[in-house]
Each structure stands twice: as structure tokens, then as C-alpha cells.
Design a binder for this molecule. Structure first.
Ligand SMILES: C[S@@+](CC[C@H](N)C(=O)[O-])C[C@H]1O[C@@H](n2cnc3c(N)ncnc32)[C@H](O)[C@@H]1O
Length: 280
């Protein structure tokens, strides 16, 4: 697998400093790994993806048939999709995240549960043995992948689209200003009341954002430091890659729900380019 979860946690400079100072109490893991499951569940709110799901629905067929959602996470978009009556296959790699997703799904009415299949797979290299009329991915999810892994994603999506099927992506219009590395830190209180510190280092030139999360309580034992690296590829960059890798980009539509705090988002609609017989 070419993804970060399989490679293990990224060693951020910030994490290295913290681990050196806490000695044997220190534990390093990726934010989406088992070791950080408690922290993940404490911090990640289910989030209301209803407005964003509606943006996807505007571009899907009225009755889209089975939909494949890549890197579904806790189901921020999946559950609103299910509310629309869609049949959804939710693909996700992290075991800890999948456990949380399944717990949430089990609380849904039986007819909703029946319309949702859950698959553990790497979105940059998957083979589900079936095709879908629509494949969707959110910006937070595509930003999990570096450029090489994104090539794998596009190839896998092509293999899973029905003829004429749509690949729908929500994407950020602009990355952070190219003004050199920036660092910020904030304290977060989890559902349990526990306090965590989140440190974010953005390196615009490398399109990288390194996140380090650790206990605000300096004496915590174990002192779990969870890290994660996300990419910050813009809509323009992704659209260029899609064209390079055999898609036609049909539309790029600013979110109508821009007023709801997402003024910088677009919905991109792509279809796999037909290969003309005899073409190179
Ligand atoms: C920022 S969350 C976004 C979740 C959801 N799509 C949303 O928009 O709320 C990214 C998710 O991608 C998952 N992920 C990371 N790398 C992955 C991969 N290679 N294949 C599948 N899922 C992956 C993570 O475990 C995490 O749940």
C-alpha cells in the first residue's frame, strides 16, 4: 500500500521534540491508527456534511444507482447521502475509523443499514470487482494522498466507473499563500472534557501540512503524540491531473452553500475519457 497509514506515523519535528522531553512515557502513532482511536473519537465531531452532500447530489443523476464514496471517514457525507435515499458503498482504510463508522451505522434504521456497504481498502489501489454510476471524494480525503498515490486513485476510479459514470470531487480553490512555512497551535477540548494541543505546520512550497496532536496535560502517562501529514493540492492542480490521467472535466461549480462557511470550495464533475480505437 502506498499510503501513509501503511507506512506508519510521520516524524514531525514538533513530535520529535515532545517525545524527547517525555522519555519513556512517549508513544507515537498516526492520528487515524488504532493507537490514537481514543483521541480521534474524542476530537472528531461527526460534523454536518448535509450542505456539502447536497452539492454532490446536484451533479449526480436523480437516481444515481450504487454510489462509491472514497475515504468515507466517520460518514460526515455518507449519512446525508443515505438520507437522500442513495445506495452507498463506503470505502475507508483505517480500522479505527471503520469501527467508529460501523458503530454509527448500527444506530440507523434497518432500511438505511441495508443501503450501505462498508469496505476496508486503500483508495489509491483498490479492486472491488464492480462498477458504479457515481464515485465521490471530498477534499479532506483527496488531500490524504501525495501525487503518486493520487495517480493510483485516478486509475482505480477509472476501473470502477460504469461507461458514462461520473467522478465527483469537492475541492478547495486555493492552497495557503506561498509565504514560507507557517506554524500555529491551539488547544482543543474533546467530548470527554480532556484537553489536547494541536500544532499545525504548513509548508506551501511542498504542498504539505503536518499535524501533531498531544495532551495539554504535561504529566499524561502514556503521553500519546499522534501525527498526520495532509496534502494541500488546489482544485486547479487536481483538475490538471484528472485531464492528464484520462478524464474530461465537465464542470467546476462553486459551492452554492458558500454562505455556509465554504466560500472557497468547488464541486468538480469528471468523466472517464473514451479511448478511441486505434488511438495511441
Ligand atoms: C479528513 S478525513 C475525511 C473523511 C470524509 N470523507 C469527510 O469528508 O468527512 C480523511 C479520511 O481518509 C482516510 N484515509 C486516509 N488514507 C486513505 C487511503 N489511502 N484509503 C482510504 N482511506 C484513507 C482516513 O482514515 C480518514 O478517515
Amino acid at each position: 500500500m502506498s499510503n501513509q497509514l501503511a507506512r506508519g506515523p510521520v516524524r514531525t519535528t514538533h513530535a520529535d521534540g515532545l517525545l524527547a522531553s517525555v522519555g519513556a512515557r512517549g508513544v507515537l502513532c498516526d492520528f487515524y491508527d488504532e493507537g490514537a482511536a481514543e483521541i480521534y473519537q474524542d476530537l472528531v465531531q461527526d460534523g454536518d456534511g448535509t450542505a456539502e452532500a447536497r452539492e454532490f447530489a446536484t451533479h449526480a443523476s436523480p437516481a444515481p444507482g450504487p454510489v462509491l464514496e472514497l475515504a468515507a471517514g466517520m460518514g460526515r457525507l455518507t449519512f446525508p447521502f443515505l438520507d437522500l435515499g442513495w445506495e452507498v458503498t463506503a470505502l475507508e482504510l483505517s480500522t479505527a475509523v471503520l469501527d467508529a463508522f460501523r458503530k454509527r451505522l448500527a444506530e440507523q434504521p434497518p432500511d438505511v443499514q441495508d443501503r450501505c456497504a462498508v469496505v476496508q481498502a486503500d483508495m489509491s489501489a483498490f479492486a472491488l470487482g464492480k462498477r458504479f454510476g457515481t464515485v465521490v471524494i471530498s477534499s479532506g480525503s483527496i488531500n490524504e494522498l501525495d501525487e503518486t498515490a493520487r495517480r493510483g486513485l485516478y486509475a482505480s476510479v477509472r476501473e470502477h466507473l460504469e461507461p458514462g459514470g461520473k467522478f465527483l470531487l469537492s475541492l478547495e480553490l486555493s492552497g495557503p499563500a506561498d509565504s514560507g512555512p507557517q506554524e500555529r497551535q491551539q488547544e482543543l477540548t474533546g467530548r470527554s472534557g480532556r484537553r489536547h494541543v494541536m500544532h499545525v505546520k504548513t509548508v506551501p512550497a511542498e504542498e504539505i501540512q503536518d499535524i501533531t496532536i498531544y495532551p495539554a496535560e504535561e504529566t499524561a502517562d502514556p503521553f500519546v503524540v499522534s501525527t498526520h501529514r495532509r496534502r494541500i493540492a488546489t482544485a486547479e492542480r487536481i483538475a490538471e491531473e484528472l485531464v492528464r490521467d484520462g478524464f474530461d472535466v465537465l464542470t467546476r461549480t462553486p459551492f452554492a452553500s458558500g454562505g455556509e462557511g465554504r466560500p472557497d470550495m468547488v464541486l468538480v464533475e469528471a468523466v472517464a475519457r473514451e479511448i478511441t480505437e486505434g488511438a495511441e
